[in-house]
Design a protein around this ligand. Sequence first.
Ligand code: PMP
Length: 384
Amino acid sequence: MGVYLDFNSTAPIDERVLEEMIKIYRNTPGNADSRTHTFGDDARQAVETARADVASLLGVDKDEVFFTSGATESNNIAIQGLKEYAEKNGKKHIITTSVEHKAVLGTCKALEQQGFEVSYVNPKADGRVSVEEVTELVRDDTVLVSIMHVNNETGIIQPIKEIGEFLADKETFFHIDATQSFGKLVDELKAIKYDMLSMSAHKISGPQGVGALVLRKKRYKLPPVKGIMYGGQQERGIRPGTIPIALVVGLGTACVLVASEYKQNQEKCLTIKNALLEELNASGVKYEINGDQNYCVPSTLNICFNGVSSEALMLSTKQYCGISNGSACNSKSYEPSYVLTAMGIPTEKIENSVRISWGAESDCEDVVTSFKELLAVAKSLAAF
Ligand code: PMP
């Protein structure tokens, strides 16, 4: 099996999170929306504590946090949920980037088919979009700008702080997909002005299948987002359906843990990154790093091994490590990464690129050992 190096796709659950979840499964049988017994009260209390923990990590109000099944759903609600407002107000223009997660791109495509106009901004070769290019596109009828904080394939950080500043006094909503930065770039996220934020628990060693949509109040009012499913009144109608208490508590616990550990976590990740770069440089393998490393998170490397097919490399290194060449959400069929394509990287280089991502709990020595094996394989494959 080797060493797991695909944390951007999902991070293994933290034992401490799992323990709290098991306690809930064992001892809290109620439904958080039941009002007729103490079982319901206990469940509700667990949910509200978790909500406060998420809010505290982000520096937002508790009533701005809405639990969902994860970032895919949060992105869908944030974008589709504005449809009615947009149509009523004649604001049917959306701005996003061509390197967003498919949960944003797919939702935008669906709205295009329903009469919306969407502008897609391409990144530069460094992986970042230009602030000016985004802000120049904003018009009176622009209802939404949706931009990710950190790209899942490259780890590149987008200039959303500047874009948020520009939009703060405009009548355009700003949604950020913070799935890859939540619980990691904690101080940076607190400083960003946004109206909506999406994230998933499993990227910070919480459980899969839960996340949140944060809706920030402006002049005491939430953005005019409507739920996209019919059903109960849970999560004030934004996300109907029985709240999965253990999952929500898992998310809350993961938030509490990263709130006190994120600085050490980032340092540990950086130590691993530096060690990998050192090995890479010493190996004699011909490579290029995709994306400007001055703007990259310390837990991701997207590497092009010149002349080495990524598919061959991944298959031949399966016993050493688990890496990927793109988002797991698109990996059913191999197509050159649309993210790297949008950065202007030639197809043959994309076919030679792999994503390696790790977490603070990764053991540096194990990671380096497996990476050395990978480098040896890359060398032998390049020789063909
Ligand atoms: N946005 C980004 C940036 C992501 O990396 C992911 C997960 N790969 C998602 C959204 C979707 O998250 P989930 O699969 O948990 O719904």
